[in-house]
Design a protein around this ligand. Sequence first.
Ligand SMILES: Nc1ncnc2c1ncn2[C@@H]1O[C@H](COP(=O)(O)OP(=O)(O)OP(=O)(O)O)[C@@H](O)[C@H]1O
Ligand SMILES: [Mg+2]
Length: 237
Amino acid sequence: MTSRLELSGLHTHYETSHILFDVSLEVNQGESVCLLGRNGAGKTTTLKSIMSLAAASAGSIRFNGVDLVGLAPYEIARLGVGYVPDDRLIFPDLTVRENLEIAIKPGAAGAPAQWSVARIYELFPVLLPLDARLGGYLSGGEQQMLTIGRTLMGNPSLLLLDEPVEGVAPVVVQELTRQIKALKTMGLTILFAEQNMHFASEISDRAYVIEKGRIRFHGTMRELAANEEVQKKYLMI
Ligand SMILES: Nc1ncnc2c1ncn2[C@@H]1O[C@H](COP(=O)(O)OP(=O)(O)OP(=O)(O)O)[C@@H](O)[C@H]1O
Ligand SMILES: [Mg+2]
């Protein structure tokens, strides 16, 4: 069971706007790595590039040795990459259970867990009593858990999370912190986008700091915590 992601010299454009410049990063099996940056820094674009939802114009994106550039998003998902977008696109007219069941997919070889609705409810106990509730009636935090749960139903070995705690209540942030740690303990490899260094340091081993589409720093969370210059220049609001 391995899961390894490596971006090298990645450039991404939206039409004529050049957004990512020479982005290189790697996430090794079992690691939880965060991509930190302010609004508009290029975090979402990086995750979308990995999923082929934004087209890389140069560079390589390798997942377990396979170059993802040019593959379709569903092919990348089939290789074991699970993407949790920032817009929580759950189906409002389906129940919580239906939202999960609709996403069932066999995992790629090497997926660390075989997920079921019951296992998703074990990980996110607040969803259990909401089993028959329509997705449209969930709170922001519940929707976020359901979105993550839905992606897990595809049995990914690498999870891409785009600002998983944005806009959720502090008590939900604590819960999500515990749950994401549990996923890491299960062997899932995680890359997540985040603006908040405090939350990031709770769940990640290493960080890449992105600004204006370029990686400005990479190191351990401890190294980042000790580097006030990088924090001031690229992370403070
Ligand atoms: N579809 C698009 N077309 C053109 N430009 C875009 C598009 N999506 C994003 N951009 C631009 O690309 C840059 C990077 O945006 P991106 O969404 O990757 O940032 P982000 O770090 O995820 O920010 P946030 O914290 O606000 O989510 C921004 O300047 C943004 O305006
Ligand atoms: Mg974003």
